[in-house]
Design a binder for this molecule. Structure first.
Ligand code: ZN
Length: 258
């Protein structure tokens, strides 16, 4: 009797199905994930407000990671587009929402005070959770080291998140982000201190990294913003957008790796 009920139920369900019949027994060898990059953000606010903003408004992300405890929330399925990157560019590609996974970290960002900006640190447990999530995403989408970007990398003219206190070095230690060899940087820095490359050289090196940067050879505000974004990642102690010898050395060593 139960078996009969099941057959009746399945027949009814099949009758309800809509759309063309599709034969899925073949699968093409030539295919890959649509995901090319992962973009990291901070939410600028606490968890309750972050959850509200990312679930009720026009901004969203695939994942949100709390601070304490570092709960990982999935808000958008990875197969769907989340609205996190906005007008964004990397390696000549534009409007990256369609080809990225967005991860928001609960962090207040910065506050303006009498001594300038003060930034909120990321708890180590939050970064542990992020690394675990990144490893999983990168494995499933077959992403190479170098595919993890900050919002400030893909929109350096208008965004500074995840900010200078985001520990990129910890992602590098986990093998998720390429990192310049310190000794090679020190050697190169000494050479550049004697003779600093031109602004056009800096712009070309930043473009090689993937940044959208002017190429006119002048140190304008747009170029300084890109330099600051790069420095926040690899030399966060000073991210003033100045084209100095250490920044030149970091760029050269990183670009000669690839
Ligand atoms: Zn952002």
């Amino acid at each position: 009797m139960r078996a009969l009920c099941l057959v009746v139920l399945l027949t009814l369900l099949a009758g309800c199905a809509r759309g063309p019949r599709i034969d899925t027994q073949y699968s093409a060898a030539g295919q890959s994930s649509r995901v090319q990059y992962i973009v990291l953000h901070y939410t600028s606010t606490d968890l309750p407000r972050s959850l509200r903003l990312l679930t009720e408004g026009d901004v969203s992300s695939h994942y949100l990671i709390g601070d304490t405890p570092p709960t990982i929330y999935r808000l958008v399925d990875e197969n769907r587009r989340a609205w996190h990157a906005g007008d964004s560019r990397w390696q000549g590609r534009t409007w990256l929402n369609g080809t990225t996974i967005g991860i928001e970290l609960v962090n207040r960002g910065y506050a303006e005070g009498p001594d300038g900006r003060t930034w909120q640190a990321y708890p180590p447990e939050q970064i542990d959770a992020l690394i675990e999530l990144l490893e999983d995403i990168m494995r499933r989408h077959d992403l190479a080291p170098g595919s993890i970007l900050g919002h400030s990398d893909v929109a350096p003219q208008r965004k500074v998140d995840p900010g200078p206190l985001f520990p990129w070095w910890r992602l590098a230690e986990a093998g998720l982000v390429p990192w310049p060899d310190a000794q090679a940087v020190a050697r190169q820095q000494a050479l550049f201190a004697a003779s600093l490359p031109s602004v056009a050289w800096f712009q070309a090196q930043l473009a090689l990294q993937g940044y959208e940067v002017p190429r006119h050879g002048e140190l304008d505000e747009a170029t300084r913003n890109v330099l600051a974004a790069f420095q926040m990642k690899y030399r966060p102690a000073r991210h003033d957008g100045v084209a100095d010898a250490e920044t030149a050395a970091l760029l050269l060593v990183l670009n000669s790796r690839t």
